[in-house]
Design a protein around this ligand. Structure first.
Ligand code: PHE
Length: 339
């Protein structure tokens, strides 16, 4: 009996010293395992006088039961402690401020481009995109600008070879579309264009939005009506447009389109240089030579075309004074176009 108490005490001590479940398991094996103390006691059975054996066996079984109960209790406690430790280590402070994701914004050029597409697709225009590398024919010759034409000088051009160049104008898309599609045509063609030009308001790469309408009975009035609607939606409800005579080889007559200054309402301010008007785009009635080049009969069909610089519109609309801001991608600038 004393011997049992001593063993239980010893086991209790070993169990209390165990710091984790693995150590506790090892302690348990020392007493209850195959090579443990209890098993060793059982093996001594043979050495004991026959009449003493039942009593001895009872004692050993009682010891085993006490030890099993004791270890079970310790295991239970250990499990609880380990769970508590784990929960404490993985605790999350839900009151801490979260890590905010930086929100992106559409680039002003993309915004204006999308807005233009919205405005004109509302008037029934379809988007058509031409290639950025063009050949001389589509960029110039078919647009009534033959090789010796002085208007070629107006667009300082990046030539890749004698025949291929980076397109200087989205007008090349007019020809590509008219070769494919017969009138009625209502086309909108956005895209990058390239010119050897570089100052505060010009960049060697910029974006244009081309428009082309060809059908029976199209007149300059249709052009002005559509541009008026465009100006009102893009700038202000009270915007007006005016046409001034101009020259492009591929339109006849050609016009420069001014929009009343949205900054001063037409009274005159630094933005419009005191004139009340801002030049926004070039346009005109499609030159009959261009229609002929595309197999469209100019006695049956007429049309108008316009082309505007998307950067220019964005600069006017958002009061941006240097075109370089649009390609530097400084987040402090871009973040102002959120929402
Ligand atoms: N392509 C001309 C330019 O780049 C703009 C334009 C387009 C003019 C269509 C008239 C008609 O300046």
């Amino acid at each position: 009996m004393d011997e049992n108490d001593r063993i239980v005490e010893e086991a209790e001590e070993a169990a209390s010293e165990a710091e984790d479940s693995r150590a506790l398991y090892e302690a348990r094996m020392k007493f209850l395992g195959k090579a443990g103390k209890v098993t060793a006691l059982m093996k001594r059975m043979k050495e004991i006088a026959a009449e003493m054996r039942p009593a001895f066996g009872k004692q050993v079984n009682a010891l085993r039961e006490r030890l099993e109960a004791m270890f079970a209790e310790h295991e239970e406690k250990m499990k609880r402690q380990e769970l508590e430790r784990k929960l404490a280590a993985e605790q999350v402070d839900v009151t801490m401020p979260g890590r905010r994701k930086r929100e992106g914004a559409l680039h002003p050029v993309t915004r204006v481009k999308n807005e233009l597409i919205d405005i004109f697709s509302g008037m029934g225009f379809e988007v058509f995109e031409g290639p950025e590398i063009e050949n001389d024919y589509y960029n110039f010759t078919a647009l009534n600008t033959p090789a010796d034409h002085p208007a070629r000088d107006m667009q300082d051009t990046f030539y890749l070879t004698d025949e291929f160049l980076l397109r200087t104008q989205t007008s090349a898309g007019q020809i590509r579309l008219m070769e494919k599609k017969k009138p009625p045509i209502k086309m909108l063609s956005p895209g990058r264009v390239f010119r050897s030009d570089d100052d505060a308001t010009h960049s060697p790469m910029f974006h244009q939005m081309e428009g082309l309408v060809v059908d029976r009975g199209i007149t300059l009035c249709d052009l002005q009506g559509m541009l008026d609607k465009f100006a009102k939606e893009m700038f202000s409800e009270t915007s007006k447009t005016r046409l001034r005579p101009s020259y492009f080889p591929f339109t006849e007559p050609s016009v420069e389109v001014d929009v009343s200054c949205h900054n001063c309402g037409g009274k005159g301010c630094p933005l419009c240089k005191g004139t009340g008007w801002i030049e926004v785009l070039g346009a005109g009635m499609v030159n009959r030579r261009v229609l002929e080049n595309c197999g469209v009969d100019p006695d049956e069909y007429t049309g108008f075309a316009f082309g505007m610089g998307i950067e220019r519109i964005a600069m006017l609309k958002y009061g941006i004074n240097n075109i370089k801001l649009l390609t530097e991608n400084d987040v402090r600038f871009l973040e102002q176009f959120k929402g």
